[in-house]
Design a protein around this ligand. Structure first.
Ligand code: BGC
Length: 319
């Protein structure tokens, strides 16, 4: 009887050890993600890819409990979301800032809470990052995308000078002007033309805030005002270029024949348009590469490894 009891006890101990061991083996990390605005074509692709890629990296012993919230393009809302993540003690934060001018305050908050921070898509000023191995920015160098847009025009037979008057007359439709992507794309697209010795004239430069309907509205009124004078429409992103394309065809103009249209992002719809000739060119803003790099950095931080401050992903010309 004593023997049987001893065996039973031994078995109970073995099983409970095994059970404990198993429990300890699975670690679930809490991941807080705040996106500047869900209602953004490009950031929607980005956030979906980010979530599915991170989930695909789960193993039997490591799980990611991912919460993604909508900053609703409102800095106060986003700041509260970060406070909530801190209170919830998340293990890492991935942040697509509403305003890069708030980077300093938010970085400080998260660093003080001892939580690693991966900033994405909206490049913060360099001084927010220096020498902090728990904070990084993952993005693409917007200068490159602007240069590529300009180079596509330079590469056209007539260099964008449809009416042959020696000057390329263009309109510029900008994203949020607070955003370096908008600033650099606006500057570098035109710089590529002037660097190639091409004379340019800006007919109008307006803010479309990355939105399709604004792209359409701005292009429609510019076409009504300047008509055939407009030879090139530069848009800081594809969403606005889609709007511009609608306005261009409504005005009876034909892309590739009497006007040129450029965007950035390479949304599938725009890649199809480039192939069909209804858009002159776009630039791949690699949401897959960027979201994967952001997740890889987050996992590095979760493993206690030091982060570089900057991780870059290349743009690719689509023409
Ligand atoms: C994209 C835009 C997007 C913006 C959001 C840019 O990199 O090109 O389409 O609206 O990021 O911050």
């Amino acid at each position: 009887m004593k023997k049987v009891l001893a065996i039973v006890l031994a078995l109970v101990m073995i099983f409970s050890f095994a059970a404990c061991g198993k429990k300890d083996e699975t670690k679930t990390y809490k991941v807080g993600v705040s996106i500047y605005q869900f209602d953004d074509n490009f950031m929607t692709l980005y956030r979906n890819e980010l979530e599915s890629y991170m989930k695909s990296l789960e193993t039997d012993s490591v799980k990611y409990d991912i919460t993604i919230v909508d900053g609703k393009n409102d800095m106060a809302t986003q700041s509260e979301q970060i406070d909530t993540f801190i209170t919830q003690n998340v293990d890492v934060i991935i942040l697509n800032l509403v305003q890069t001018s708030s980077a300093e305050a938010l970085v400080k908050k998260v660093v003080d809470a001892g939580i690693p921070l991966i900033l994405i898509n909206r490049e913060p000023a360099a001084e927010n990052m220096t020498n902090n191995p728990t904070v990084c920015y993952v993005g693409a160098d917007a200068r490159q995308s602007g240069t590529y847009q300009g180079e596509i025009v330079v590469g056209l037979d007539n260099h964008g000078d449809v009416n042959g008057d020696g000057t390329v007359s263009y309109i510029m439709i900008e994203g949020d002007p607070e955003n370096t992507d908008a600033q650099y794309r606006t500057e570098y697209s035109i710089k590529a033309l002037t660097d190639a010795g091409i004379k340019v004239e800006c007919l109008t430069d307006q803010v479309g805030n990355w939105k399709q309907e604004k792209g359409e509205e701005i292009t429609a009124s510019a076409l009504a005002q300047y008509g055939e004078k407009i030879e090139v429409v530069f848009c800081n992103n594809d969403a606005m270029a889609l709007g511009a394309a609608a306005a261009i065809s409504a005005a009876g103009r034909t892309v590739g024949k009497d006007i040129y249209l450029l965007g950035v992002d390479a949304l599938q719809e725009c890649q199809d348009m480039v192939k069909a000739g209804t858009m002159t060119g776009t630039v791949l803003n690699d949401h897959v590469g960027q979201s994967h790099k952001a997740v890889d950095a987050a996992i590095k931080a979760l493993n206690g490894e030091a982060l570089d401050n900057w991780y870059w992903v290349d743009y690719v010309k689509i023409q």
